[in-house]
Design a protein around this ligand. Sequence first.
Ligand SMILES: NC(=O)c1ccc[n+]([C@@H]2O[C@H](COP(=O)([O-])OP(=O)(O)OC[C@H]3O[C@@H](n4cnc5c(N)ncnc54)[C@H](O)[C@@H]3O)[C@@H](O)[C@H]2O)c1
Length: 374
Amino acid sequence: MASTSVKTLLLSEKDVIEAGATNMAQCLEVIEDVFRLLGQGDYLMGGPLENEHGQMIYFPKEQRFPGMPVTGPDRRFMAMIAYLGGKYNICGEKWYGSNAENRKRGLPRSVLTTILNDADTGIPFTIMSGNIISSMRTGAVPGVAAKYLARKGATSVGILGAGVINKACLLSIKTAVPTITEAYLYNPTPERGKAWAAEQSKELGIDVKYVSSVEEAVRPADIITIATSGDVFPRIETEWIKPGCLVTFTGDADVDADAYTNNTVVADNWKMHEAFLADGREHPNGVEAVGVVAPTYHLLEHIEAGRYVPKNIVNLGDIVCGRKSGRKSDDEIIMFLTGGMPVHDLAWGKTVYQNAVAKGLGVEFTFFGEAHWK
Ligand SMILES: NC(=O)c1ccc[n+]([C@@H]2O[C@H](COP(=O)([O-])OP(=O)(O)OC[C@H]3O[C@@H](n4cnc5c(N)ncnc54)[C@H](O)[C@@H]3O)[C@@H](O)[C@H]2O)c1
């Protein structure tokens, strides 16, 4: 009989970086490939409808016991599970804690772990530091969207939020759309915004300008990337959005319903956003409760209030598969919704894991030699 010992490879943040986790060109290929699998249906996510983002602990408004966390900006604890087919053929999960207050402690807003499991036995063959994997896979999604949906010859990006996620989003957009030469960033704290803009100008070789309002970042943009944290969402007036613009919602923004009704809406996976809405309807505090996790919260509120009726929403996977068409004209405004899916963490995680194995990185530990009870 073969050995029943189970070994698990532990990969730190340093290891995953050494294994190429920050390689956006490769990440874009992988994330595009996952959209193809989504279009083909070769995946499963959690819940009976097979499309749930994850399972979240909703922290209460009032503390019930000493030490019990309470709700707050970007405060959640979440397990995101999936199976992904194709050449990946794995189960796995990303789980994380997020708290905007972490910044004051010198920590990232969220701290994430990626675990990859054999799809057959469930054995966890690697436990990886998940922050870089998650930021890169998140950033790559608007990059894939830009490849398929941005106006030809797009030159300018509007950026709302000078954070970690928008660094990855801008990198992926610039990688996917090489005609980009300039960007306009708004962040409510100017020191942070100016430092971010200077760093990214140098890093990407494009002109990233810090601007002092949402309007100044939105008006000139061919592509907009939204990824802010905290409890004040950027407000975007519909008239500020330039004809031909691709607006990508990695984080939420306050936009009127007509911006969705009168323009094209494309989603990473609309069924997942419907699942967010269903969760909100079940929650005692209503749809407002999913505002802490769903980047489509304002849109879901429009649906709940009858201001927006979702119809003809196209999934990006269907466009990547060639089943649906993408942009139809240079003037078309496209609103692209992305809520974050564990299938992307699995695919990028497995690619990085394979690179790490090839390079002999990480520390292997014995999960069990011979299982004590079986
Ligand atoms: N869709 C996904 O797959 C996915 C995945 C990960 C994170 N996210 C979301 O991305 C967002 C950003 O995450 P992060 O880790 O980069 O956060 P971060 O805290 O590192 O950065 C966010 C930045 O936004 C700024 N900001 C706050 N309010 C703003 C406003 N009204 N207008 C412009 N800027 C504003 C903050 O000052 C901060 O600099 C979060 O909302 C997070 O939930 C989405």
